[in-house]
Design a binder for this molecule. Structure first.
Ligand code: PMV
Length: 309
């Protein structure tokens, strides 16, 4: 009798940067998002107990969930329940920083959902859509996730996204040269989204005007991208940052990173993601890319380059 190990199924997904439209996308406006080249890789196998190994953290799912269950365990439980999967042991490796506005949790959710649907398919079981399971995972962390991160993680490339609709693929007329910097550790997306919601209840007219302003910038940015007008696209990104400052989601360090990128010749710069820390993003021309990289790196920031076409 052979004692074969259970078969391993793999899934992967990418992180993202939001070019324009974060926070407003939660309220039904469009956002433009670009998938990164890196993200998360998951491996799963059938097991007697459901378990998730996330980096160095091990989350074992008890039969009955306890009130003390950590978010990652709750999220894994929600993902398995949405997929109708039984006990699965999973291991995830992350290739981007977590909690920095780069969509790490969505990349993990999509990678896990892909790996688990692979396992279900091999057993001849129905394979529900990855998106629903990834959103169930994401909602445990975000509370009120728009779905922009999971859409980017699933589809990659450059997308126009509106809540509840299928994402539209965008084709930039000229490749976008982007530089991303990890400026400081990020705040929780849930807390940042709730903060905007609270300020919106307190000052509805002012906050809605800001959110509408962001929506208007996104509407202008999409044709810029499609006709290759990167000068205007960059200006719209910088204006988007100014509105995010007024929404109350930027930090002095993010503002300084944006300012220094613009002073180094970037076409546009902004925070990306929920804010409260995390990453800054700059749109650059080839000629000034090394200036921006040098400026950011000389202030001690870790940087990545991304070309989107
Ligand atoms: O999780 P983050 O930091 O990438 O933020 C996602 C973008 C938000 O608009 C702030 C939230 C959402 O669900 O759209």
């Amino acid at each position: 009798m052979t004692n074969a190990l259970p078969q391993v199924y793999r899934g992967s997904a990418v992180g993202k940067v939001i070019l324009l439209g974060e926070h407003a996308v939660v309220y039904g406006s469009r956002a433009i998002v670009v998938g990164l080249d890196r993200g998360a890789e998951a491996e799963v196998r059938a097991a007697s107990v459901a378990e998730l190994l996330l980096g160095a953290e091990r989350h074992r799912l008890e039969q009955t969930p306890s009130a003390a269950e950590l978010p990652a365990a709750r999220a894994f439980r929600a993902l398995l329940a949405t997929l109708g999967a039984g006990n699965v042991a999973a291991q995830v490796r992350l290739g981007i920083p977590a909690g920095a506005g780069l969509g790490a949790s969505a990349a993990i959710g999509v990678a896990l959902a892909r790996a688990v649907t692979g396992l279900l398919g091999a057993r001849g079981l129905p394979q529900p859509a990855v998106a629903g399971a990834a959103l169930a995972w994401e909602n445990v962390f975000h509370g009120n996730a728009s779905g922009v991160d999971t859409a980017a993680a699933e589809h990659a490339g450059c997308l126009s996204f509106r809540r509840g609709e299928l994402p539209q693929k965008l084709s930039p007329a000229r490749p976008l040269e982007l530089v991303v910097a990890l400026v400081e550790s990020g705040a929780s997306t849930r807390r940042m989204v709730e903060g905007v919601a609270q300020r919106r209840s307190a000052e509805p007219a002012r906050m809605d005007a800001l959110l509408d302003g962001i929506a208007a910038l996104v509407a202008r940015a999409q044709p810029c991208l499609e006709r290759g007008d990167q000068l205007e696209l960059g200006q719209l990104m910088t204006q988007n940052h100014e509105l995010l400052v007024q929404l109350g989601v930027s930090t002095p360090k993010l503002d300084r990173a944006v300012r220094s990128a613009l002073d180094s010749g970037a076409l546009g710069a902004k925070l990306t993601g929920a804010g409260g820390g995390g990453c800054a993003l700059a749109l650059v021309e080839k000629g000034c890319r090394s200036n921006v990289l040098q400026t950011w790196r000389s202030s001690g920031l870790e940087c990545w380059e991304k070309r989107a076409d």
